[in-house]
Design a binder for this molecule. Structure first.
Ligand SMILES: NC(=O)c1ccc[n+]([C@@H]2O[C@H](COP(=O)([O-])OP(=O)(O)OC[C@H]3O[C@@H](n4cnc5c(N)ncnc54)[C@H](O)[C@@H]3O)[C@@H](O)[C@H]2O)c1
Length: 307
């Protein structure tokens, strides 16, 4: 019987685990569960004889891939897959996948919630402002970015987007204006919502030079990855430009300093909250299990990310 390991330091919701187990067992596959592990050696041990691996934010390093002698497929239940060592997977003929779109709505709702929270001065007593009529810039028009754009329109915002990999027609179909350059997006928009993946090209790409182009009172919302921010330069600019605000899903390394120096102009979640809804948890987990089954039974490689 083939075995699939579900390795989650931060476990799936109970309903998701039950659903994953059912999908696997209906396909004649044994599900092995490793939850809340604190030592990476536990993962190295458990992965040694499985054909498939499902993870959340767990790190699938070269060491893990090499310890998994029978591994054919690893699925990251979620959108970002920077926790997978893709080069090691490719070298060892392991197909790596993500589950795009499954948690997008949860992240999009959080991005809007952060905008409202910052507009209302983190709910400190005093007068805030509204999103209606403000300009919203979507930096990367993928699954999450598009949903934030649609929600922003629902709030009466004027929405702009920058994504060199999505056609002008596709963006304009949603009633969203296309920016040809990143500079145009940041200089036009009072709110910028970040949805770029963390890649060699994007890491530390959001810096003071970019942010200082934002209009007076501008707010940057980051529900993408902390790695895309050049933290030192952004923190320095936020101290200089006392009109700007920054809210992030998952605290940057400079969290304590930012909190102390920026007060209500700064907020960050203590732990990554974007995909932490029961719905997203279940959607991503079930999709991951189904993708493993489709791959092991039919060789289906849809959603492969190490092509
Ligand atoms: N906070 C969370 O819990 C959470 C949850 C899901 C996703 N995320 C993060 O959000 C990111 C976006 O998720 P998604 O589901 O929308 O991914 P997606 O793959 O659907 O969209 C990513 C978009 O980024 C665009 N892009 C890539 N490089 C770019 C660049 N240099 N400049 C501009 N655009 C660029 C792509 O064209 C694509 O449209 C993920 O990579 C992940 O890091 C965070």
């Amino acid at each position: 019987m083939k075995k699939v390991l579900i390795a989650t330091e931060k476990p799936f919701a109970k309903a998701a685990v039950e659903g994953i187990k059912k999908i696997l067992s209906d396909a004649g596959i044994e599900a092995v569960l490793l939850e809340k592990y604190t030592d990476a050696n536990e993962l190295l041990q458990k992965v040694s004889d499985v054909e498939g691996l499902i993870v959340r934010s767990d790190k699938v390093t070269r060491e893990v891939v090499e310890a998994a002698k029978n591994l054919k497929i690893v699925v990251r239940a979620g959108a970002g897959y920077d926790n997978l060592d893709l080069a090691a997977c490719t070298e060892h003929k392991v197909t790596a996948m993500n589950t795009p779109g499954q948690n997008s709505n949860a992240v999009a709702e959080l991005a809007i919630a952060l905008m409202v929270y910052m507009a209302r001065n983190t709910f400190a007593p005093g007068t805030g402002s509204e999103l209606k009529g403000k300009t919203l810039g979507i930096h990367a028009y993928g699954n999450v970015g598009r949903l934030v754009a649609l929600l922003g329109k629902g709030f009466g915002m004027q929405v702009y987007a920058f994504d060199p990999f999505v056609s002008k027609e596709k963006i304009e179909q949603d009633g969203v204006k296309v920016c040809q350059t990143i500079a145009q997006l940041y200089s036009t928009c009072q709110y910028v919502s970040l949805h770029i993946p963390a890649t060699e090209q994007t890491k530390k790409s959001i810096n003071a030079d970019l942010l200082k182009q934002m209009p007076q009172g501008g707010t940057l919302i980051n529900t993408a990855r902390k790695e895309v921010i050049d933290e030192d330069s952004v923190l320095a600019l936020l101290q200089e430009r006392t009109d700007l605000r920054y809210a992030a899903d998952v605290a940057p390394a400079c969290h304590a300093a930012a909190k102390e120096k920026l007060g209500t102009r700064y907020f960050a979640t203590e732990k990554k909250m974007g995909a932490e809804t029961a719905e997203a948890n279940i959607n991503a987990g079930l999709a991951a299990a189904q993708q493993v089954v489709n791959f092991l039974q039919k060789g289906d490689k849809t959603f492969q990310v190490n092509k």
